[in-house]
Design a protein around this ligand. Sequence first.
Ligand SMILES: Cc1cc2nc3c(=O)[nH]c(=O)nc-3n(C[C@H](O)[C@H](O)[C@H](O)COP(=O)(O)O)c2cc1C
Length: 203
Amino acid sequence: MSEPDAIPASDPFTTFNAWFADACAAEPNDPNAMALATATPGGVPSVRMVLLKGHGRDGFVFYTNADSRKGVEIRANPQAALLFHWKSLRRQVRIEGSLTEVMPAEADAYFHSRAFVSQVGSAASDQSRPLDGRETYLARVEAVRERYEDAGEVPRPAHWTGFRLTPRAIEFWCDRPNRLHERRRFLRAETGDEGWATTLLYP
Ligand SMILES: Cc1cc2nc3c(=O)[nH]c(=O)nc-3n(C[C@H](O)[C@H](O)[C@H](O)COP(=O)(O)O)c2cc1C
């Protein structure tokens, strides 16, 4: 009995775009939420959710505080992995590669595309640092809000930036009947051109 493959062997970005569009239509919350795994140079891993804020052939972008735990780890070791799990669709995408910081103009544009209250919240947060009480954070939020209320926007803090993961490997997993699931991995060709080698994997 032969069944057609559910995951095309052609260009992985086309499949990612199609699956992401399906997720945007199907998932009740944050279809762009992805787990970001980083590791210390000694190989101690950590993982947390972030939001995908841009993607294309050049990579997958998220924004964060570069002084956070993840930021410190990325500076010391730019190797990282991303994971999407779209539960309603029973699909998973794993992406591995290295991170580079986006250009300041790109970070500025995204920071200022966010609502004023979001700019305030980010600027007031010492992400990943100990906080003695929520009122301390709220007082800092209020101070930033008052300071920039008239301007209507907050200057982007230097430590608030974006990172782009340039993929070296992309793997798609999808649910198929009788738990005979399908996995397909793409590895970027060593030649450095836009080519990808692909294979199915046992699920
Ligand atoms: C759905 C979801 C989306 C999130 N998106 C982001 C994000 O885009 N950027 C970010 O810095 N933190 C985001 N967070 C918070 C992170 O998961 C994490 O708590 C924070 O970045 C600190 O992580 P770190 O201490 O490992 O640096 C998100 C959390 C959730 C649950």
